[in-house]
Design a protein around this ligand. Structure first.
Ligand SMILES: [Zn+2]
Length: 474
């Protein structure tokens, strides 16, 4: 079958003559939920409490364990029908001292954060001449003689975009720069922060980590410090810097995904799952990443739980463990779902800060696309447009993608997200309460209508078969 034709058929079905649509009563409830969310606090109290009483909660830290307890207690106090945890085991890392100094031809101390899983340097640090590269591709193309025994500096700038696409284009320098530099004999890696702020703080983040790959000591410097280093590199004299990192990698730690459920009245074994991640980086207080997401999806489910009637299907909130250091909670969740992914009607994670949602995209079976259009119609008053017929469901649901999970992306405006992302400046004041309410309203409508849909969204074989046909089709 031709995919374009299918798409056209889907669009036609969405008209007033559509065979299947939501019962009127369910739409009335969706509107009530939307209004209730806008009249509430959007979950602001939840994120205020998490960031104030727990604060930064790097996976595997003592605060991670306290955050798990906090989440279980919160869900129990809200009176969800079931609250439980599922384990996720992963390697983790603790930050110690970190320092980057330009030692010649001028002396400057640069504002620095080590990157996740950076090994320690010898005490006193490593000093060497700097080899500068425009981006990861330039480093990959470089001859060993340009790299060996140097400290590599990758200077690529992240571009500010509403969708966050600039992050994807720049982040390779951070995620694999160290291993590429190591293979060519470099001594350490320094990157321009992967972030859009011109403030003098650095943005930390994950490096792709496998126990069989050797990483170099690796740090990010603030964007104004990267500007300064670039200016010196433009001169005639060689530039020497010193990098010192003290950090510790921990082989194995077990944390928990925390799950709360509103049990469905008609089809309790079928589930709509809303996600966010409970862990954060160890700097800042994890407010926009991802305390905001925790607040948004919890508030959305709480509003549904407060209704007099129960949803037909079950609704779950999943607060994932250890997203920042490698999607470990999401991977554990997907592994455990290999046999029963068909039960998951629809999944969606909130993990892109606290900006307003502007579009809804979805990966669902063809027959269910009109339901997504009908959901969008209820989101329209919130300023949310129809997006693409494609969705990941967010980082923690992405490991379930190969299983064919039906997923929705509610796209948030990310224009300012990367000013604060993974920095000391990711704090509660960056959350705009009105935008948080809009997010909670959208997730409440999505979860409710997802649970009431007369058409199944096709998780598993149905979606995989349709995608295979579309790809292989003429
Ligand atoms: Zn996040």
């Amino acid at each position: 079958m031709n995919f374009t034709l299918l798409l056209a058929a889907g669009l036609l079905l969405a008209g007033p003559l559509a065979a299947e649509t939501f019962p009127k009563d369910d739409l009335v409830v969706a509107r009530e939920l939307r209004e209730a969310a806008l009249a509430g606090d959007g979950g602001y109290e939840i994120v205020a409490d998490l960031t104030t009483r727990i604060g930064p909660r790097l996976a595997g830290s003592e605060a991670d364990a306290r955050a798990v307890e906090w989440a279980v207690k919160m869900f129990e106090e809200m009176g969800f029908d079931r609250v439980w945890t599922e384990p996720a085991t992963f390697p983790t890392w603790h930050r110690g001292l970190e320092r980057t100094e330009i030692v010649s031809p001028a002396h400057h101390e640069l504002v620095t954060l080590a990157l996740g899983f950076s090994p320690a340097t010898p005490e006193g640090g490593i000093e060497a001449e700097v080899a500068m590269f425009d981006d990861l591709a330039a480093l990959e193309a470089a001859d060993e003689s340009e790299v060996a025994d140097r400290i590599v500096f990758i200077r690529n700038r992240m571009e500010r975009t509403r969708t966050g696409a600039g992050y994807g284009r720049a982040v390779g320098a951070r995620s694999v720069g160290s291993r590429v530099a190591e293979e060519k004999g470099a001594l350490a890696l320094v990157i321009r922060s992967i972030g859009t702020s011109n403030n003098r703080f650095a943005h930390t983040g994950m490096q792709r980590f496998d126990s069989d790959v050797r990483l170099l000591p690796a740090v990010a410097i603030s964007n104004p410090d990267a500007d300064l280093l670039e200016r010196l590199m433009g001169g005639d004299e060689p530039v020497r810097i010193q990098v010192e990192v003290d950090a510790e990698t921990v082989e194995s730690y077990t944390s928990q995904n925390v799950i709360a459920e509103i049990t469905g009245a008609e089809k309790p074994e079928e589930i709509v799952a809303l996600g966010a991640h409970l862990d954060s980086w160890d700097v800042g207080t994890g407010a926009i990443d991802d305390g905001a997401g925790v607040a948004i999806v919890t508030e959305a489910a709480r509003l549904i739980h407060e209704l007099e009637q129960r949803p037909d299907r079950s609704i779950r909130v999943i607060l994932f463990a250890a997203e920042e250091i490698g999607l470990w909670g999401g991977r554990a969740w997907a592994e455990a779902r290999a046999e029963d992914i068909e039960d998951y009607q629809l999944v969606a994670e909130s993990d892109f800060g606290a900006g307003e949602i502007y579009a809804i995209s979805a990966r669902v079976r063809d027959e269910a696309w009109p339901m997504i259009e009908a959901i969008q119609a209820e989101l329209e008053p919130l300023g949310i447009e129809l997006g693409r017929r494609q969705a990941s469901g967010g980082p923690d649901f992405s490991p379930a993608r190969p299983l064919g999970v039906a997923a929705v992306d509610l796209h948030q405006d990310g224009t300012e997200y990367f000013d604060y992302h993974h920095t000391v400046n990711d704090t509660l004041d960056k959350i705009e309460p009105e935008a948080l309410k809009q997010n909670a309203a959208a997730y409440a409508v999505l979860a409710w209508l997802g649970a009431q849909s007369p058409v199944s969204f096709g998780s598993g074989e149905t979606i995989l078969a349709e995608e295979a046909e579309a790809e292989g089709g003429d």
